[in-house]
Design a protein around this ligand. Sequence first.
Ligand SMILES: Cc1cc2nc3c(=O)[nH]c(=O)nc-3n(C[C@H](O)[C@H](O)[C@H](O)COP(=O)(O)OP(=O)(O)OC[C@H]3O[C@@H](n4cnc5c(N)ncnc54)[C@H](O)[C@@H]3O)c2cc1C
Length: 444
Amino acid sequence: MLPSQARVLWAAAFLVTLLGPVLLSLVTGSDNPLASQLAVQTGLLATGLLVCTVIAPSRLRSLTRALGIEGVLGVHRVVGLLATLMVILHVVLVLAANPNSVTLFDPRQWTMASRAAVGATVGMVVLIGLAVLRHRVRRRYALWRWVHLLLAGSVLVLTALHIWWLQHLVNDPVLRAAFGLLVAGLLGVLSYRWVWRPCFDKRSAYEVIEVRAETEDVHTLVIGPRRPRHGFDTSTMAFEPGQFAWLRVKRSVTAEEHPFTITSCPRESAAVEFTIRNAGDFTSSVATLEPGDPVWIDGPHGAFTWDDRAYRRALVLIAAGVGITPMISMLRTLAFRGDGRPVLLLSGARTVDELLFRDELRELGDQLDLTVVEVLSRPPADWSGRSGRIDRVLLRQVLPERSGRHKIEYFVCGPSPMVTDVLLALQELRIDAAHIHTEQFDMV
Ligand SMILES: Cc1cc2nc3c(=O)[nH]c(=O)nc-3n(C[C@H](O)[C@H](O)[C@H](O)COP(=O)(O)OP(=O)(O)OC[C@H]3O[C@@H](n4cnc5c(N)ncnc54)[C@H](O)[C@@H]3O)c2cc1C
């Protein structure tokens, strides 16, 4: 299925989840005054939005392939914010429909249903506050993530209890069936994400084959599927060049895991490679892994790849630092397939030592129609290449003439500030956004 078709299907699934219960409540009808009906409908909409917020980041491969990780997280944030606003609107309408509901503000008069509602609402507001603080707690991201997950789980349970204890919705057979489907779908997705994939799916079990030093603080981790147990087929992972996977070095579902781009070429061998720069505790520990050590991966994910079924265009790959990892997978794949389309690679780094895969890029240059432009921000005195930043001026100089720029697919990868700058520069050069793909190595 084409990613564009998958996007349409996912949009339809989200719309059904969102609007299904509301439409059913309209069809089953009610003699209640308008304000009461609106209160119920905003409550149903908030529930649908909450379910979509939870499903979006549940690592469903077809969804991350259709939207990309940035798209998935964008949907998660926007829909989560809408869910919170809808809950607030729901509370306002409940108060408007029945002035006696002001007891909501008096804890002594809370029923079980109102306790659950207050808990869920407070939880959602705290979740929004935590989301805003996300970038301030970079170094404590693992802790932030667990607090976020536990709060989100509590909000879900409290919402379900609120609906259950209110009774009037679940007493309606049609709405009961709709809620049943919603709960079954959600439990299915959550068990797949949190139980089946990490604990039982043997295709995620790999072992270290080799750890290769690329530079002083960058290592390539080569892993292969662990031997099949009980005859289970652990055939090689089917991924597209540019996709990534989450990596764990412990089996437990609560173990720390981090996303890394797969740098090897799909279908070339059963081994999978990641090239990882020491950025903190987890990435530094990669260099200490030994052949035979077990690791677990969750992937492939992401839409940072081209699709020859939709179009076949020349490529401009713009990378900074370790952001070259998806590009090397793309170039290895083109060489493996004997694909001679023109490719321009802009590889940015601070120093010469930080430029990755230089020897291999020279070799790939013999097999591909490849032009490599290296750009250093801290060049040595004898550097004859480009220096400075990858910006509009440089892009103007190295990209083909204006008419040719529109027949190209652009891929930009690296730290968030660099991706944002290059994206702006490409937009200023009037490149069609539909042909620009970005991957930010930001917290996910
Ligand atoms: C889609 C994607 C693909 C990536 N591919 C590569 C790759 O091929 N090679 C590579 O070296 N790095 C890659 N990264 C970045 C890599 O995930 C982080 O460097 C790594 O998670 C840092 O973990 P740490 O514990 O060593 O460092 P920490 O000390 O925990 O964090 C150091 C910095 O890394 C970032 N970071 C921390 N946790 C995460 C997380 N869960 N997700 C993303 N960023 C995080 C934060 O900005 C933080 O400031 C990729 C990131 C993304 C989102």
